[in-house]
Design a protein around this ligand. Structure first.
Ligand code: NG6
Ligand code: CA
Length: 536
């Protein structure tokens, strides 16, 4: 890596090591000494290893926070992070569904390069090959303690086998670089509702083994279909398997009664476990991936947050998310770690209203614009699918401001490599760019020049942003969730569309016909990025 910090340190060390040189220079050249002093100071700063807390929200849209324009409810804690640090207006996640964004975040490589990285099913195996050099591997290499707390949704167990719910759940996070994990294994609309701590389901009674499957285990097993009238939140599509806590889920399970949690308590648990782990590791540099489940369906915030917004449980869950962020910040303050900690806040995909449960998200949406000014949301490659809130904060180090530079969650890996001065193996982080200067709010920093946006993968649908131009490719001429203010549906679209985002951020005017040269340039750039196997 060519790195100013390294050069600075080498320079300073060479100077300090050469006492004769120093003796000669001491009295003759004060300016020279000053340079040496500055070089050393600069290098010490560059070699610093802040704690890093990466907070990823689930299904949070660009317009879903008050610091990004939401008017009808407030998110004061995230707003505070944004006000004291950098708030990005061109911040992205790499996919418009969860598993591929998380895959790209942790591997620094676009998920579409690895088939099988779409939304993981309840019994899905770990989709990150344990031989891959990952973001948590990097942080371990840099001397960090590493943990993931919250939603996992990247599968557990070996390929061809999947999770051994009653045994050791591996490979999992520990096999790809996390020292500690406290997880919800998939998403909470999928079975089972249990916590996984390190390799084990927490509080599992061996006399009541956990069984998880795709099919109803026996005809008498009650489900969202057979006992719909008993549900506390009704389903709208899918989500009619096993009932737990009055909510039916995707998939079926039996047993593990002592291990099961209440949906309402998830957020409190994430905070408890995160703070506990931070306290334990306060003396070392630490990297915490805090993967909130808010506001994914089923949206069941704790009772104390139910009804706090006019929009039903969807926005109530945003307020809950904001509370969890505030609790983590409070813990940092209490432990005097605030100025030693870089916080990155982001989302895993854009917003959706009815994602399988009748929680009135759409009915109570009112004038709230979950995608902000953008078109589309979750499942879409229009901007609303991946242009999401992105905030960095590190009091004392990151200046306050709004950045228009392009950054993506996939860039966290290489940017943290740069920040911690840790080398990346040649075959790792294939699409992750060093945008550390931009994340740190340095004026001279460069953002990305281009970005491939994917949906859940596998259908050849892509968005491609190159500078201010945006290409969309829908091979089957159908686009999903183009208007989050309506029910999820597919709409017919041209195979290729071209937009000029600087003039048309809402992707309303397809200018493909008027700009054939740009269209063909973007098409071939996209083709190359897909074919060449890496972009870094
Ligand atoms: C879809 C689910 C949706 C949600 C999504 C994953 C149906 C009909 N829809 O298949 O409810 O779970 O997967 O969301 O089952 S994500 O944010 O984790 O990618
Ligand atoms: Ca998601």
């Amino acid at each position: 890596m060519t790195d100013k910090g390294f050069l600075g340190r080498e320079f300073a060390e060479r100077l300090a090591g050469s006492s004769r040189f120093l003796y000669l220079m001491k009295f003759r050249s004060l300016p020279f000494l000053l340079i040496a002093f500055l070089a050393q100071t600069f290098s010490l700063v560059a070699a610093e290893k802040p704690n890093v807390i990466l907070i990823m929200a689930d299904d949070l849209g660009y317009g879903d926070l008050s610091c990004y324009g939401a008017k009808t409810f407030q998110t004061p804690n995230i707003d505070k992070l944004a006000a004291q640090g950098q708030r990005f207006t061109h911040g992205y996640c790499s996919a418009s569904t969860c598993t591929p964004t998380r895959y790209s975040l942790l591997t620094g490589t676009y998920a579409f390069r690895t088939p099988g990285t779409g939304i993981a099913p309840p019994n899905g195996h770990l989709v990150i090959d344990p031989d891959t050099f990952t973001l948590p591997d990097l942080m371990q290499k840099a001397g960090y303690q590493t943990a993931v707390v919250g939603k996992w949704h990247l599968g557990l167990g070996e390929k061809g086998k999947g999770p051994d719910w009653n045994g050791d759940l591996k490979p999992g996070p520990k096999e790809i670089g996390f020292h500690y994990n406290f997880l919800l294994p998939t998403t909470n609309d999928r079975v089972p509702q249990v916590y996984v701590e390190n390799h084990r389901v927490l509080n599992l009674d061996p006399k009541d083994p956990l069984w998880v499957g795709k099919r109803k285990p026996d005809p008498s097993h009650i489900t969202g279909k057979t006992h719909r009238d008993q549900l506390k939140m009704d389903w709208s599509h899918g989500h009619n398997g096993t009932i737990h806590n009055g909510i039916s889920r995707i998939g079926f399970y039996t047993g593990g009664q002592t291990a099961r949690f209440r949906d309402e308590d998830l957020a409190d648990k994430w905070v408890e476990k995160s703070v506990e782990w931070i306290e334990k590791n306060r003396e070392k540099p630490f990297f915490l991936f805090y993967a909130s489940h808010d506001l994914h369906v089923p949206r069941i915030p704790h009772e104390r947050f139910q009804g706090v917004t006019p929009h039903g449980f969807r926005a109530d869950s945003i307020v809950q998310l904001d509370w969890t962020v505030g609790e983590i910040m409070k813990a940092l303050d209490r432990l005097k770690l605030t100025e030693k900690t870089l916080v990155i806040f982001c989302s895993d995909n854009g917003p959706v209203m009815d994602d399988g449960y009748q929680d009135d998200a759409l009915e109570k949406l009112g004038a709230h614009k979950a995608s902000g000014p953008f078109k589309g949301g979750k499942y879409s490659v229009y901007e609303g699918g991946t242009r999401t809130p992105f905030v960095t904060s590190w009091p004392g180090r990151i200046p306050a401001g709004v950045s228009e530079k392009m950054v993506c969650t996939i860039d966290v890996a290489t940017s943290l490599a740069r920040l911690t001065e840790t080398a990346i193996p040649k075959d790792a982080f294939l699409d992750s760019f060093d945008v550390s200067d931009v994340l740190l709010g340095k004026k001279e920093g460069k953002g990305r020049g281009h970005l491939v946006q994917q949906d859940n993968g596998g259908r050849g649908v892509f968005g491609y942003r190159s500078g201010e131009w945006k290409l969309t490719h829908h091979p089957k001429r159908k686009a999903r969730n183009t208007t989050v203010e309506q029910k999820l549906k597919n709409v017919p679209v041209p195979e290729y569309q071209l937009f000029l985002l600087s003039e048309d951020p809402a992707e309303q005017n397809d200018v493909a016909e008027a700009n054939p040269a740009v269209l063909s340039r973007l098409k071939s750039e996209l083709r190359e990025l897909l074919e060449q196997g890496r972009s870094r």
